[in-house]
Design a binder for this molecule. Structure first.
Ligand code: F6R
Length: 602
């Protein structure tokens, strides 16, 4: 969702901005723009199209030493040139890019902005006019910005240029991500490290409520009380090549392929030479003393949470509830006496999850964020963090984050189970089982051509599809359906296999594709029974089965992995099936319509 990039003090600011915006494309957007100045002339170009269109619109002569850029995912007003950022105040003095949602924008408009000043429909355009208004009352730009932000209700990450001070960038942040990058005689700003990683790997965090003034060689951070504060930098673990596709046609395929090596990386990251886990003892003992764990997430992360529930309950015997963040934020369930919250979030920035964490913090309850992004908002605001170490996930459809979330929860469950003396945890040799799972994944990712033919024959002319399974296979069916629908636009549903006959079976007609996931010895025959029920009503059934429960008619046979880790294997052919279904329909696999990678609005 919306991306910001900015630079001050760089001789090739145009390229920094365009490259930064290209790196932010993965977040999802429908218009883009940059504002650039060489200290004398200030030029803005905007397009309702792609960053590449901006490149084509920009002339060779255009360059500068300071600039801001933006990719916009429309919330207030359609994606057109007027609504695209940067927004220039009508006086021409201020240029602004903004991410987030200003909830009281109509109130602010009423108070400070006559309608004739506005050309678009966005809350951001109102904000730049409010800043301009305060500046006209005689305040310095910094004070005008602080005054305007003090009146804003909602979320924002902003970068502001004052054309009367073309050696300074002003920044502000509340609940939307923003990060400063340190360069040589220059500073950068971006929504995430990826926007700047081609220029620097050294970053400084910005906290909510802070306002910052950046020049080429100075960074002044003002806290909520307008006091200047010092903050150290950190080095990001990613390097620029992690964000490239290389020879892959799509990021999604690259990320599917990376999963076995991510599993192996997690084994190294989470295992000490003596075989114990590297997870901080404080986390382990805090969780082991809790009487109920609440896992919170959205979309794919929520699906990983469903698998996490089984892992944690089986290895620790602590009851687990899994909640959709967007529901829990408005309807907190009755909590147990000693709850512990686990937030699953690839990006660490998802607004729905964050609003639950804010409530959890208000209640002074302990929490752990499991995320792929070090220093992300949910990571900073939770009591503890565990990292996914999956490397940047660029494709909108999450793949390696899902499997790494499951793997990290397996490590966590094993560690907590061990401290509780749980027999199942003692028997679960995680290093061995994760190694076996990684090898199974290796075998499965090499089946691409075969899965492509399955997709061609099974999904090419369908408008809908069903995925069925029981237990962990049901959890994977939900994820498989989400993958398929989000990138191929085939209407897909994941069902508990036994549940179809309670209503949904009415949708089965001649040729309806049903994909059955079967890995559990205890339930295999029941799911096969459900597959027969739909076959008798005309469905085309494709089964993906574990080797231990396989039959000759199964379309994909999964190498045997530990019964608690089967999703790590079974999801791979399903991710590939979705990938090829999208590709065969000629769709934009990595950037499906209407979707954003980092969902920073509620
Ligand atoms: C689906 C997908 C989304 C995300 C969801 C949560 O492929 O990527 O469903 O899983 O938006 O995002 P994070 O994990 O960043 O909180």
């Amino acid at each position: 969702m919306c991306g910001i990039v900015g630079v001050v003090g760089h001789n090739n600011s145009k390229e920094v901005l365009l490259k930064g915006l290209e790196k932010l494309e993965y977040r999802g957007y429908d218009s883009a723009g940059i504002l650039l100045s060489d200290g004398e002339e200030t030029i803005a170009i905007k397009t309702p199209g792609r960053v590449n269109d901006l490149r084509e619109l920009s002339t060779d002569a255009m360059n500068g030493t300071i600039g801001i850029g933006h990719t916009r995912w429309a919330t207030h007003g359609e994606p057109n040139v007027e609504n695209a950022h940067p927004h220039l105040s009508k006086s021409g003095r201020f240029g602004l890019v903004h991410n987030g949602v200003i909830e009281n924008y109509l109130e602010l408009k009423e108070k400070y902005v006559p309608s004739e000043l506005l050309i678009g429909d966005t809350d951001s355009e109102i904000l730049v006019e409010v800043i301009d208004y305060f500046s006209r009352t005689g305040l310095s730009t910094l004070d005008a910005l602080s005054q305007a932000l003090s009146e804003v209700r909602g979320s924002y990450a902003i970068a502001l240029i004052d054309v009367e001070e073309l050696n300074k960038l002003y920044l502000g942040k509340n609940k939307s991500p923003l990060l400063i990058g340190l360069g040589e005689n220059c500073h950068f700003v971006g929504s995430d490290a990826m926007a700047m990683i081609h220029e620097t790997n050294e970053f400084v965090e910005i906290m909510d409520g802070e306002v910052i003034m950046l020049t080429s060689d100075m960074m002044v951070i003002y806290d909520k009380d307008a006091q200047v504060i010092e903050r150290g930098s950190f080095i990001a673990e990613i390097d620029a090549t992690d964000t490239e596709k290389g020879l892959y046609p799509h990021y999604m395929l690259k990320e599917i392929d990376e999963q076995p090596s991510v599993m192996r990386k997690l084994i190294t990251e989470y295992t000490l030479p003596n075989g114990n886990t590297t997870i901080n003892n404080e986390i382990i003992s805090h969780i082991s003393q809790s009487d109920r764990i609440y896992i919170v997430g959205c979309g794919t992360s929520w699906h990983a949470g469903l698998v996490g529930k089984t892992l944690i309950e089986k290895l620790t015997h602590i009851p687990v509830e899994v909640h959709l963040a967007s529901e829990m934020g408005y309807d907190m369930p009755i909590l147990s006496k000693k709850p512990f919250f686990i937030f699953l979030t690839q990006s660490g920035e998802t607004a729905d999850s964050r609003q639950v964490l804010v409530k959890v913090n208000e209640l002074n309850l302990p929490s752990l964020t499991i995320t792929n992004v070090k220093g992300s908002t949910l990571s900073r605001e939770a009591t503890y963090t565990l990292l996914l170490h999956a490397g940047p996930e660029i494709a909108v459809a999450s793949t390696k984050a899902y499997t790494s979330q499951i793997a990290v929860m397996a490590y966590l469950a094993k560690a907590v189970g061990m401290i509780k003396g749980d027999e199942a945890a003692k028997e679960f040799d995680i290093v061995r089982e994760m190694g076996i799972a990684a090898s199974a994944m290796d075998a499965l990712v090499s089946e691409k051509d075969y899965i492509a033919t399955l997709s061609e024959s099974f999904l090419s002319d369908t408008r809908n599809a069903f995925f069925i399974g029981r237990g962990l296979d049901f959890a994977v069916s939900l994820e498989a359906a989400l993958k398929l629908k989000e990138i191929s636009y085939i209407q897909a549903e994941g069902f508990a296999a036994g549940e179809l006959k309670h209503g949904t079976i009415a949708l089965i007609e001649e040729g309806t594709p049903v994909i059955a996931v079967i890995t559990d010895e205890n339930t295999a025959s029941h799911t096969r029974g459900n597959a027969i029920e739909v076959t008798s009503r005309g469905a085309k059934v494709l089964t993906i089965a574990g080797e231990n429960v396989s039959r000759s008619e199964d379309a994909v046979i999964l190498p045997v992995v530990h019964s608690l880790l089967t999703p790590l294997a079974s999801v791979i052919p399903l991710q590939l099936l979705a990938y090829y279904a999208s590709l065969q329909r000629g769709l934009d696999v990595d950037k499906p319509r209407n979707l954003a990678k980092s969902v920073t609005v509620e």
